[in-house]
Design a protein around this ligand. Structure first.
Ligand code: COA
Length: 352
């Protein structure tokens, strides 16, 4: 029986570390100013979100989401010991694509130097913070049906260029960071039901669509977005909008439900799983999920303290971070649970 194996893993975060303290001084180009631009404090951010710092790309006009993805992809390819030309499918999850169209997967294909050589399939998927689990479900189905043999699954985000660096936007702005994570997936013959990708689930509730959104492009309107350099209020739609409390409650519910179903449907218990990797939106969300779903605290991996919320990248980035620290090892079984804008949510169980 063909099953999906994880052949390689890689991640990338930019070098620039932005602390909570520095965040208050950034202007709308995320350049540090002498005076406070946003009324916020390290204490508030840490207490409400657990975040201490995040990474931003340099503000030199040279960086796009596909560049973060390229670094992560190269590391995953090296880890899998395969050549870029062996990739026959790219699945790219992002809410911060390089352009409105075409999708970022084709840009990455070109940057990997394989556009002329492979003509591989390129998918962009739009499930925000749930993108990685949705993409894993797609990749698993493609591989088990024999459709593709070497899939590059990417979650990458460049948030720092589209945040509202003012007191008005502080509830959202403090949460997000830039980063990318990648996996290479391929087929393996095995009758072991517990090997490779064991389980995936993906869910959505469009009733929550306007609880977390960015309408920088709204096709029902012309022009798509208003802009007035003299009036910041007019430019509100250029920035993400969020009902933080509704997102918080639904995130806890979605992640608890999907985690419990993953265990019930596979018959696994926490004795069979080495690590729980929740989406990294807010440390308080994750602590609540762990408490309600009765997850052993020593099995929980978080990175939000160092990277903030990197949306589609959080799961592979967190796994790779803790692998580099020597905590996560090859052969470990992981339960990942995610929730994002849409609302979308889901879970996956896989062996590294
Ligand atoms: N710094 C300082 N004060 C801030 C602030 C910031 N960055 N952001 C908001 N505040 C203020 C508010 O203006 C409010 O002030 P007021 O009481 O004078 O009106 C006060 O803090 C409390 O705001 P509130 O929105 O009630 O706080 P909260 O406890 O709900 O926390 C979030 C806000 C955003 C941290 C929280 O709702 C959250 O994390 N939600 C989920 C967000 C998320 O995960 N999004 C991504 C999902 S994938």
């Amino acid at each position: 029986m063909i099953r999906t194996k994880i052949l390689g893993l890689g991640s990338y975060v930019p070098e620039r570390v932005v602390t909570n303290e520095e965040l208050a001084y950034l202007d709308d180009q995320h350049v540090r100013q002498e005076t406070v631009q946003t009324e916020t404090t390290d204490e508030w951010i840490q207490k409400r979100t657990g975040i201490k710092e995040r990474r931003y790309v340099p503000n030199d006009g040279q960086w796009a989401t596909s560049d973060l993805a390229l670094h992560a992809a190269k590391r995953a390819l090296t880890d899998a010991n395969i050549e870029p030309t062996e990739i026959d499918c790219i699945i790219f999850g992002t809410l911060s694509p390089d352009f409105h169209f075409p999708g970022t997967a084709v840009v990455l294909q070109k940057k990997l130097g394989i556009a002329e050589k492979t003509s591989c399939a390129c998918f962009d998927i739009r499930q925000q913070c749930s993108g990685f689990v949705y993409g894993l479900q797609m990749a698993d189905a493609f591989i088990r049906t024999g459709m593709y043999k070497r899939i590059l699954l990417i979650g990458a985000e460049l948030h720092s260029h589209s945040l509202d660096y003012t007191t008005r936007g502080r509830d959202v702005m403090v949460l997000f960071g830039d980063g990318a994570g990648a996996m290479i997936l391929g087929p393996v013959e095995s009758d072991d039901q517990r090997s490779g990708v064991m389980y995936t689930s993906a869910h959505a509730d469009g009733n929550g669509a306007m609880d977390l959104y960015l309408k920088i492009f709204d096709i029902s309107r012309r022009p798509y977005v208003d802009y007035n350099p003299k009036d910041r209020e007019t430019n509100k739609d250029m920035y993400p909008q969020m009902d933080g409390k509704r997102v918080f409650l639904n995130a806890v519910r979605g992640m608890v439900m999907s985690t419990q179903s993953a265990l019930a449907k596979t018959g696994l218990s926490w004795d069979d799983i080495q690590w729980f990797v929740p989406h990294q939106a807010n440390l308080r969300i994750n602590e609540k999920v762990v408490e309600v779903a009765k997850i052993p605290a020593e099995k929980v991996l978080n990175t939000i303290q160092f990277y903030g919320n990197t949306t589609a990248a959080t799961v592979p980035l967190t796994i790779d971070h803790w692998r580099q620290q020597g905590k996560v090892k090859k052969g470990d079984r992981i339960l990942a649970s995610v929730f994002g804008s849409g609302f979308t949510w889901g879970a996956a169980i896989f062996t590294l």
